[in-house]
Design a protein around this ligand. Sequence first.
Ligand code: AMP
Ligand code: GLY
Length: 429
Amino acid sequence: MNIAVIGSGGREHTLAWKISQSPLCDQLYVLPGNAGTASFAQNVTISTSDFDEVGQFMLDKTIDLVIIGPEAPLVEGIRDHFRTNPELNRIQFVGPDMQGATLEGSKDFAKKFMQKFNIPTAGFKTFTIDNLSEAIEYIQSKEPPIVLKADGLAAGKGVLICKSIEEAISSIESMLVNNMFGKASEKVVIEDFLEGIEVSVFILTDGNDYVLFPEAKDYKRIGDNDEGPNTGGMGSVSPVNFADKIFMDKVEERIIKPTVKGLKEEGIDYKGFIFLGLINIKGDPFVIEYNVRMGDPESQVVIPRIENDFVSLLSATARGTLGKEKIAFSQDTAVTVVMASAGYPGSYKKGKLMTGFEKVNNALVFHAGTKLNDEGGIVTNGGRVLAVTGKGSNLREAIKTAYENVNKITWEGVQFRNDIGQDLLKLEK
Ligand code: AMP
Ligand code: GLY
């Protein structure tokens, strides 16, 4: 099959890497890709927000299967564009339509969906500028911390955890009155604060059936011991020792099955990934958020553990035959450490020459923000630059392998966390 992956980050490098190993894969294209994907696939520089251009490319290259990595094109309706064109509609497609993508694109929609289908999540109410005074009253009736969420996509920055009533009131005013997150904060969800440990769970669904991927833990803060500002994710571990069988059974019964059934009942033909951001509260799972894509950097630990032919799984998803597939994954532990540019998650410089790739041994290096310079050297091209994944028969070994290899690659100003997996090691004792 000729296959196209849309996106340019570490998640897309990982998806494309796994796809490239399948005997079913003929030509593989990544739009636009990065220096990592260029080493085994063809990068294609076209604007992925121009759906006409993307569609024409698919027809020109006789693409059989398309996989969408990031949420933005899905929320903007790329699936709908393909569906309404008879020629494009013949192409197998992994990713929900606009309505399905609203699970991630609107927090208010996601919360109401969970409420309707009795899926455990924090209590909430949604407000706009028209009922600001009610929002303030609602805040005053709550105990801090109070969670405020911009309804729309805000590049992962739209959630504020307010430590006092005053902070919550001034924040909701910034969001509703001063458009702190632009259009995304025209509606704001006020949510009860949940205390527990977070875990990321992933499924691939064809709208009827689903396969459950290995779970992962993400390390969101820039600094060791979860200090400093939030990032897209600085590292990840899979499996997660506190997500035991009893917990995962609850996740399937209380969250995954009602989610897939609920989507169907709403008339949403959902074919794609669902990433459930969960919180474990004394052994019970609650949904923090839905995402309509794989996680990054969770993909870099989850996908290397999957033993299936990945193209078979993706194609079955698109064709609606996932019920015939059975997921298989290795019992190994995988740990990934994200290497980032100096200054990230704030402003950072690009174009730093990176060295040491040839010394990497027994690890997977997934590129995120990289590109090739005119001399063929690999230079930084983003905030999160690489994710280095080590595997091992246990967590300690996987951590060791990941860090041994992280220490072989360098560039001016490189930063990474030194404690990925350490909290889970402590739980093992
Ligand atoms: P989200 O963008 O919804 O994933 O939120 C970003 C982060 O905010 C999550 O990963 C959690 O750490 C935190 N968060 C979101 N909602 C809640 C909540 N109701 N209670 C506690 N923490 C939350
Ligand atoms: N690592 C969290 C995310 O992909 O949203």
